[in-house]
Design a protein around this ligand. Sequence first.
Ligand code: DX5
Ligand code: ZN
Length: 224
Amino acid sequence: MKYILSPSLLSADFTRLERDIRICEDNNVPYLHVDVMDGHFVPNISIGVPVVKSIRQCTDLVLDVHLMISQPERYIEAFAEAGSDIINIHYEAEGDKKSLLKKIRAMGRSPAITIKPDTSYTEVLDLCEYVDMFLVMSVEPGFGGQSFIEKTLKNVEGLAQYRAKNNLSYDIEIDGGINASNLTKPLDAGANVIVAGSAIFGAEDTAAEIQKFKEIMSRYEVNL
Ligand code: DX5
Ligand code: ZN
């Protein structure tokens, strides 16, 4: 299994996005996590299609786009065309999830389903054949810098057990409140894609913080 760090640009310096992206590239980070918020599904507004397009022009890293929007069906095409590689839609959003995930796949992008902390993983198991990844939120979506919600580890564990039992290979991503001190918790539970925003871009030395994360994650790669 591959262990992947996906730094969330929500906590990057928006006036120096390119610099922050280069720091990720220079430290061999494979993914960039891009948080899209509509002010409706979540109480915050962040970035949209034009910014994803600009980020795409600036890097070849995998763009892991997290759509925190009520009506993903209206925007999937635009985000795919803007250059998203992975498109995460929320289970709690509007629309038929199977057909939305199929649409993402048909556009040559990687489909993923996201669950909020109060949603149980059991509700999304029947979507497993349509996704490459499940994204487990470990904070209420909307803002960076919140505290990790412990009970969400149950969702990671449940998805990991189901994956092993059924010989499946989807990725399990965790997002919210992760830092170098609590990183082993989601890794022990079975997550293999780690999002971190404020811990990485809020650090005094972002490159050093990335290396710290990678060192901890590499212990898991060796073990498997
Ligand atoms: C929250 C976003 C997260 C956020 C994580 O709604 O989905 O990706 O940027 O930030 P931290 O790591 O600071 O909790
Ligand atoms: Zn996110």
